[in-house]
Design a protein around this ligand. Structure first.
Ligand code: AMP
Length: 532
C-alpha cells in the first residue's frame, strides 16, 4: 500500500496501541514531576490543533516555539505538524541578535514562549511586527501575552486531521551558526518518521515499552535527537526535564524519582553528573544506559561513567542536517571491548545514512581506519538544502559535506578526528584537537580539556590545551605537557597548557572552541601570562 509516513500516523498508532504509556514532565513552576498518559497528552494535542486552526494557522505556516523540554512543548510538536503547519523550534539560549534573525527568517506569525524566556522576548517583541500572537507556556498572564491554557481552553478534544503528503514540511530547526548566519533545516514528515525508525533500530537507540527515556538534549535543538517521536514510536515512558536539565543534582534526583533507564545528552552534561556522583557518593538506581553525542566524548569520561557509575555509555554522532543521527556505537566501554578502542569511536552508520570520506579534490578515500578526509553523507533524513537559502556550499553531487574530518575503518567504524575548522594545522601536518583532548582528559588531575590552534609565525598554528583541573587537584603546566610525551607525535605535543576555571559553552551546551580561540588565540601576551 502507499501509506504516507506522517507524524499523524505515529500519533494515531500511539493513541491506539500505547494509550497508557506515560509522559512524566517536570512542571517548571513547582519543580514537581507530573505524570500523564499518552492518551491524555494527545487529547490536549487535539484541543491545541483546534485552537491553532481557530487562530488561523494554515498548512505550511510556521509556528515558533522558544521553550525547554516541557509537556506543552511536546503537545506543540504533534499538533503543529499534524495540522500540516511547520514547528519552528528556537533556541532560547541564542544571543539576542541570532534569536531575532532566526525568528524573523522562520517567518512564524504565532510564537509560543517558555515563561523563562518571556522577559527577553517581551523586550524583543517590537522587532517582530509580523508576529500576530504571543503565547506564554506558563500560567501567569501578562500584557500582550495569552496563556497556553487559555489558548486551548474550550476546544474540542477531537480534531479532524488533514490528509498530508509525507513530503510535506513538518519542522524547522536552525544550525548553531558558529560562523555566518544560522541556517534553517526543514524536516519533512517522511524524514522525521524515517529518522525515528532508523534511530530506534535494535543496533541504535533501541527503546522499548519498558524504557523510561530522558532526553536531556533540548527540544529546541534538532528535535531533542528525535526522541519525542522515537520514544513514542516505542511506547516508552518519556521524561521531560523542564529547564533545569543542566543542573547535575536536579538531573540525578529526576533520574531516580522518574526511574529513568536511558538518558541522552552532550558530554558536558554527563561530566557534570559524574562530578555530582563523585561528590555525593550516590549511585543512580535505575539508569542503565546513557547515549552521548553532539560533541566528541572523551574516552576518560566514558570509562568513568562505566566503571564508577555502572552505566552503559554509547557514543553517537550526528548533526542538525541529519535529523540528527548519523552513526551509533553499540560497543560500550568496560570489559574487553575497551581494549579494542572501539567503544570510543563515533560508531557505525545506521541504515539510512551512507558515509564516505573524501580528500581535498573530492576523491573518495579508503575505508582503512587511517585515510582521513572530509566526511560526507547522504540518506533519506539528510537535508537537501537550507530553508529559503541559496547557499549550496555544503552540497556536492548528491552528498552533504558535514564539515567534520574523519576516518572510517574496514568494519565501518567512523572516528571523528576534528571539526574541519578546529583542526590544528602546524607546519603542513594536521593535529587532531580531539586526540589532544582525549589524552589530556586521561590525566588524573584533569576534569576537562579543550585543544585549540593558536597562530604561530613559524608553524602557522600550534596546539594549546586549555585545562579545567579537578576540584582540589594541583598540577602544573609542565606536568601536563610532560604527560603528552610518548602519547602523541612529538610535533603534536601542545606548546602551552593553560588553566581555566571552566570552559565556555555554546548555546547548545558544547564547548565553544571559537570563544577559546578568541580568548587565547589573540588576547594572550607573547610571554603567555595567563595561568588563571
Ligand atoms: P549540531 O548540528 O549543532 O548538532 O552539531 C553537529 C556537529 O557536532 C557535528 O558536525 C560534529 O562536529 C559534532 N558532533 C556531534 N556528535 C559528535 C560526536 N559524537 N563526536 C564528535 N563530534 C560530534
Amino acid at each position: 500500500m502507499s501509506w504516507p509516513l506522517t507524524i499523524a500516523s505515529l500519533m494515531r498508532w500511539a493513541e491506539r496501541h500505547a494509550p497508557d504509556s506515560t509522559i512524566a514532565a517536570v512542571d517548571d513552576d513547582t519543580s514537581e514531576v507530573r505524570r500523564s498518559t499518552y492518551r491524555a497528552a494527545f487529547e490536549r494535542v487535539h484541543r491545541l490543533a483546534n485552537a491553532l486552526r481557530r487562530a488561523g494557522v494554515r498548512a505550511g505556516d510556521r509556528v515558533a516555539t522558544v521553550a525547554w523540554n516541557t509537556q506543552p512543548h511536546f503537545e506543540l510538536y504533534y499538533a503543529v505538524s499534524c495540522l500540516g503547519a511547520v514547528l519552528h523550534t528556537v533556541n532560547p539560549r541564542l544571543e539576542a541578535s541570532q534569536l531575532e534573525y532566526v525568528i524573523r527568517h522562520g517567518g512564524a506569525e504565532i510564537v509560543f514562549v517558555d515563561p523563562l524566556a518571556r522577559d527577553l522576548l517581551d523586550r524583543l517583541q517590537p522587532l517582530f511586527p509580523a508576529v500576530r500572537q504571543w503565547i506564554t507556556l506558563g500560567r501567569a498572564a501578562a500584557p500582550r501575552w495569552a496563556t497556553y491554557e487559555d489558548f486551548i481552553q474550550g476546544h474540542a478534544a477531537e480534531a479532524a486531521w488533514p490528509a498530508l503528503d509525507e513530503g510535506a514540511a513538518a519542522a524547522l530547526c536552525y544550525t548553531s551558526g558558529t560562523t555566518g548566519e544560522p541556517k534553517g533545516v526543514l524536516y519533512t514528515h517522511r524524514s522525521t518518521v524515517l529518522h525515528a525508525l532508523i534511530s530506534q533500530s535494535a543496533n541504535a537507540m533501541a527503546f522499548t515499552r519498558d524504557d523510561v527515556v530522558l532526553p536531556v538534549v533540548p527540544m529546541y535543538h534538532v528535535m531533542a535527537w528525535g526522541t519525542p517521536y522515537s520514544a513514542v514510536m516505542a511506547g516508552a515512558t518519556l521524561v521531560l526535564p523542564g529547564h533545569r536539565a543542566g543542573h547535575a543534582a536536579f538531573l540525578a534526583d529526576l533520574i531516580d524519582s522518574a526511574g529513568v533507564t536511558v538518558a541522552l545528552g552532550v558530554p558536558t552534561v554527563w561530566l557534570g553528573v559524574l562530578q555530582h556522583l563523585r561528590e555525593s557518593g550516590r549511585r543512580l538506581k535505575t539508569l542503565r544506559r546513557v547515549i552521548v553525542g553532539g560533541a566528541a566524548c572523551p574516552p576518560a569520561l566514558m570509562d568513568a561513567l562505566a566503571v564508577e557509575a555502572g552505566i552503559t555509555v554509547q557514543h553517537a554522532w550526528g548533526m542538525t542536517e541529519l535529523s540528527p543521527l548519523g552513526t551509533f556505537n553499540r560497543n560500550a566501554p568496560g570489559g574487553a571491548a575497551s581494549a579494542t578502542g572501539k567503544p570510543y569511536s563515533q560508531g557505525q552508520a545506521v541504515f539510512g545514512v551512507e558515509l564516505r570520506v573524501v580528500d581535498g579534490d573530492g576523491r573518495e578515500r579508503a575505508f582503512d581506519g587511517h585515510a582521513q578526509g572530509r566526511l560526507q553523507v547522504r540518506g533519506p533524513a539528510v537535508c537537501a538544502g537550507y530553508f529559503q537559502s541559496d547557499d549550496r556550499s555544503s552540497f556536492h553531487e548528491g552528498w552533504f559535506d558535514t564539515g567534520d574530518v574523519a576516518t572510517i575503518g574496514a568494519d565501518g567504524h567512523m572516528r571523528i578526528t576534528d571539526r574541519a575548522k578546529d583542526v590544528i594545522k602546524s607546519g603542513g601536518e594536521w593535529i587532531s584537537s580531539v586526540e589532544l583532548e582525549n589524552v589530556a582528559s586521561r590525566h588524573p588531575a584533569v576534569l576537562q580539556a579543550a585543544a585549540i590552534a593558536v597562530p604561530n609565525d613559524k608553524w602557522g598554528e600550534r596546539p594549546w590545551v586549555v585545562v579545567v583541573r579537578k576540584d582540589g587537584a594541583a598540577v602544573s603546566e609542565q606536568e601536563i605537557r610532560h604527560w603528552f610525551v610518548g602519547k602523541v607525535a612529538h610535533w603534536a605535543e601542545p606548546d602551552r597548557v593553560v588553566f581555566a576555571a571552566a570552559l565556555p559553552l555554546t548555546a547548545t551546551g558544547k564547548v565553544s572552541k571559537r570563544a577559546l580561540r578568541d580568548q587565547y588565540g589573540t588576547a594572550l601576551a607573547p610571554d603567555g601570562a595567563s595561568h588563571g
